[in-house]
Write a protein that binds this ligand. Structure first.
Ligand code: PMP
Length: 385
């Protein structure tokens, strides 16, 4: 079995979560909108899952919306807020967001909305005051800043952004975070961070793929993107993925409960991995905030091995039994270098040599040892040829 150090792309499903998913499948529940007994049982399962997610996130049940993933949650947040706002109100986001934020931003700009992309520094962090200034320049409906960058693990200072936004005249912009990579890896107190909306994805924390959550604080108006049978308060109509939702809720509950211990363990393993890499790969550089910085995810190493091509290296490492990624998996079919690394000031060639290793709930000390052995063997072989 290969070693999977690509948890920011997806994580294996936790056994408890898989069990829950299968239980719900085997219960042969009906459509939660049906009035008969199996429909009512399905409704109760979805309601329980919603209560469970709300409790884990410390928010109200009616603020939780189940979606098909964080891509949909991000689209719903951006289009939903902007389309419910007056036409002259725009969007502020950053240049290093996931494509499921930058894509809607591009479409909104094409539809005539004013969209500002705040730049980042060489560690991949936007300056909170710059976000505040961008939101003060013209009327803004929404500010969207990732809680944790999926490629570099950089953690923007969301509380400082919220403070800058709180100083703006009313009506203040709503504040959204793509919190996919942060949940379960960091303590996340949504309201203390001054957020109004946040997106999550179950498959990044041991849950099933194809289930996401949008948290929308009370009082935030969203225009629906889809029209249908009225499910999810008519904001996300469509028959609910009952087994997926039940399993996702358990994964989120477990991830939040176990977060303090997991954060510590991942930080220790990630540091060890970085020390091993820097000892065995000549010239290797860590991208993003420094290893000791509190502004980095405890599980992510984005590195650059000069003279290598990240995508070629990913294939070679894969053949040798190690799964990692070059930039983000969503963009890995593309020939373009990572927009995140380019935004941090790397040249196109430098950005092409970026490699991401990301650890998760199933990563062991043995996995990290095997990964280092693979790197060592690959690089001693390439030095010998
Ligand atoms: N945002 C971030 C930061 C992500 O890493 C991802 C997954 N690559 C997404 C959004 C999209 O999540 P999903 O796969 O659930 O659509």
């Amino acid at each position: 079995m290969s070693v999977h150090l690509d948890h920011n792309s997806t994580t294996p499903m936790r056994p408890e979560v898989r069990k829950r998913w299968l239980e719900v499948v085997d219960e042969k529940l009906g459509n939660p909108s049906s009035l008969h007994a199996s429909g009512r049982r399905a409704r109760a399962t979805v309601d329980d899952a919603r209560a469970c997610v709300a409790a884990a996130l410390g928010v109200h049940e009616e603020e939780i919306f189940f979606t098909s993933g964080a891509t949909e949650a991000n689209n719903l947040a951006l289009f939903g807020v902007l389309e419910a706002a007056a036409a002259e109100r725009g969007l502020v986001t950053t240049s290093v967001e996931h494509s499921s934020v930058l894509g809607p931003a591009k479409e909104l700009a094409q539809c005539g909305r004013r969209v500002t992309l705040v730049p980042v520094d060489k560690e991949g962090l936007p300056e909170p005051a710059a976000v505040g200034r961008a939101a003060a320049e013209s009327p803004v409906a929404l500010v969207s800043v990732t809680a944790a960058n999926n490629e570099t693990g950089a953690l923007p200072d969301l509380a400082a952004v919220a403070e800058a936004l709180a100083r703006l005249p009313r009506p203040r912009p709503r504040f959204h975070a793509d919190a996919v990579q942060a949940l379960g890896r960091l303590p996340l107190r949504l309201q203390e961070l001054g957020l109004d909306l946040a997106s999550f994805s179950a498959h990044k924390l041991g849950g099933p793929p194809g289930v996401g959550v949008l948290w929308r604080a009370r009082g935030v108006t969203l225009a629906p993107r889809f029209h249908g049978g009225g499910q999810e308060l008519d904001l996300r109509p469509g028959t609910e993925n009952v087994p997926g939702i039940a399993a996702a809720a358990l994964a989120i509950e477990l991830a939040v409960r176990e977060q303090p211990a997991l954060t510590q363990r991942l930080a220790r393993l990630t540091r060890g991995l970085w020390e091993g890499l820097s000892a065995s790969l000549p010239g290797v550089r860590l991208l993003g905030p420094p290893i000791e910085s509190s502004r980095r995810l405890p599980n992510t190493l984005c590195v650059r091995v000069p003279g290598t091509d990240g995508k070629v290296l990913v294939t070679r490492l894969d053949l040798a039994g190690l799964e990692v990624s070059a930039g983000s998996a969503c963009a890995s079919g593309a020939l373009e270098p990572s927009h995140v690394l380019l935004a941090m000031g790397l040249t196109r060639d430098e950005a092409r040599s970026g490699l991401r290793l990301s650890l998760g709930w199933s990563t062991t000390t043995e996995d990290c040892k095997r990964a280092l052995a693979v790197f060592h063997a690959e690089f001693s072989a390439s030095r010998a040829t």
